[in-house]
Write a protein that binds this ligand. Structure first.
Ligand code: NAD
Length: 476
């Protein structure tokens, strides 16, 4: 155990920001303006439940309004506090800038363990929280647009959207007040999977670059790589599922609240997820070794470590023992500033949170645009595209007929080529493009400057530069 003390989450984000900003030449005072959190609103409100009044504490923090609306999830967890929402709001600013989603950064949270409440109770609490935020424009299509985060999902977002609509009955853009809604309440295909899908696309892009793999001492493809995931919630589950089902990676470890599962041959992600849903934890799952101290698996030998649960899990107390050569931060802030330094010295490559989990806000951006344009993506062009493809197929078919046995179309070419892109295909394509472009912008800085030796610093440099330019454009 190190004698150094660990900074708070917000201090940790600031330390990483400071480390990067030292390498920049910003106008005097701008550095501080970008770093500080503009405002944090604390609300305490009462809800009558089970025959008594219960008081809840919630926050909505706005880090930067260089672009509006500001954007960021709402978290339900007992540990929510002002320092945490401010750190998360700051990360949202940098994340949105990095992936070019036109938003400032924000984040919200409610101190509550959602598992302790019935669905109808959670609805009352969520609606009241949404009311408190909406009446101060902290939920608003053009000012502040929340999304899901830990402990919240489509259901909560639907309640928030409905609450806003009840308070703003003539707002034609009311649905754009929040993203991550269910499809039948103004959502978009592919939002639920988006953050995990983004983690997959980020790793696919990383593995396209020999130089980058070599920096982590890795080679080859994602196929067969040993992966350990912490947190099989929305983000962790989708990332693990896609990596194992589509890229052939082997998920050898899964860490959850009640312990960890290990199987060197690979775990069946779907089966583990079903077990968790049924038994409220991983304990008792038959096809793996169970470790009561799940966090010990963070230190296990593997090729890729994916922390996808909480912040601060890789810290001064365990960083020295972490063996993974590549860490992708699916969660926000899973590696503290001190641990980051230790891991860098050990040669571990970290794909930073502000990039790694940006898939969520990217698809949220698509959803917001869909809500404002009031039309599903692909609706206008899909059949026209298919009709044009049909013309090509007809010509190829003619060729096929006259060529006899010497040439014919590949068996599934016709079906694949004919199918025009629907909303889900377009969303995935837009997400893939975003993740590739953002990675390119980071790696360019990483490899072109001698004073930048890691992807996190590169990510900060790219995003701070974009935020600074947008201040400059405003004449500030
Ligand atoms: P979630 O609530 O769906 O899942 C979190 C999972 O972590 C749950 O399965 C929970 O049981 C598990 N967990 C909680 N405490 C744990 C512990 N001590 N050890 C191991 N597992 C633990 O949340 P989520 O939406 O998947 O978010 C996870 C992380 O990803 C958070 O840091 C969040 O800020 C970040 N994130 C989420 C999104 C999104 O779209 N949902 C987007 C960007 C970033």
């Amino acid at each position: 155990m190190s004698s150094r003390t660990e900074p708070s989450f917000r201090e940790s984000v600031d330390l990483m920001f400071n480390r990067a900003v030292k390498l920049m030449d910003l106008p005097p005072g701008l550095e501080e303006k970008i770093r500080v959190c503009n405002a944090t609103y604390t609300v305490r409100f009462g809800v009558r439940l089970r025959g008594a009044m219960h008081t809840f504490t919630g926050y909505r923090s706005v880090h930067s309004e260089h672009m509006e609306p500001v954007k960021g999830g709402i978290r339900y967890a007992t540990g929510v506090n002002q320092d945490e929402v401010e750190a998360l709001a700051a990360l949202m600013t940098y994340k949105c800038a990095l992936v070019e989603a036109p938003f400032g950064g924000s984040k919200g949270g409610l101190c509550i363990d959602p598992r302790e409440y019935e669905e109808h109770e959670l609805e009352l609490i969520t609606r009241r929280f949404a009311y408190e935020l909406a009446k101060r424009d902290l939920i608003h299509p053009s000012q502040n647009v929340p999304a899901p985060d830990m402990g919240t999902g489509e259901r909560e977002m639907a309640w928030i959207a409905d609450q806003y609509a009840r308070m703003n009955t003539t707002d034609i853009n009311a649905k754009a007040c929040v993203t991550g809604k269910p499809l039948n309440a103004g959502g978009i295909s592919g939002r639920v999977e988006a953050t995990g899908r983004g983690v997959q696309y980020a790793l696919q892009e990383f593995f396209r670059h020999e130089e980058d793999k070599a920096a982590a001492g890795l080679s080859g493809k994602l196929d067969g790589k040993r992966v350990i995931v912490q947190g099989l919630g929305n983000v962790g589950y989708h990332a693990a599922k896609f990596l194992s089902e589509e890229d052939g990676s082997r998920i050898i470890g899964i860490i959850e609240r009640d312990g960890g599962l290990f199987n060197a041959e690979g775990l069946d992600v779907e089966a583990v997820r079903n077990w968790i849903v049924k038994h409220d934890g991983v304990s008792g799952y038959p096809d793996a070794q169970f470790l009561e101290n799940g966090a010990a698996l963070l230190e296990e030998e593997c090729d890729i470590l994916i922390p996808a649960a909480l912040e601060g899990v890789i810290n001064l107390s365990n960083a020295e023992r972490v063996k993974a050569p590549l860490i992708i931060e699916a969660a926000n802030g899973p590696v503290t500033a001190g641990a980051d330094e230790i891991l860098r010295k050990k040669g571990c490559v970290i794909i930073p949170d502000m990039y790694a989990n940006a898939g969520g806000v990217t698809v949220s951006y698509f959803e917001w645009v869909k809500n404002l344009s009031h039309i599903r993506f692909g609706r206008m062009q899909r059949r026209q595209e298919e009709a044009r493809h049909q013309l090509v197929i007809d010509e190829l078919q003619r060729l096929d007929d006259v060529m006899g046995n010497t040439w014919s179309m590949s068996p599934d070419f016709k079906d694949k080529y004919l199918k025009g892109a629907g909303e889900l295909e377009l969303v995935r394509s837009g997400l893939d493009d975003t993740m590739r472009a953002a990675y390119q912008s980071m790696r360019e800085v990483w490899h072109s400057r001698d004073d930048v030796t890691d992807l996190r610093t590169a990510a900060y440099l790219v995003s701070i530069d974009k935020v600074a330019k947008s201040y400059h454009a405003k004449g500030l």
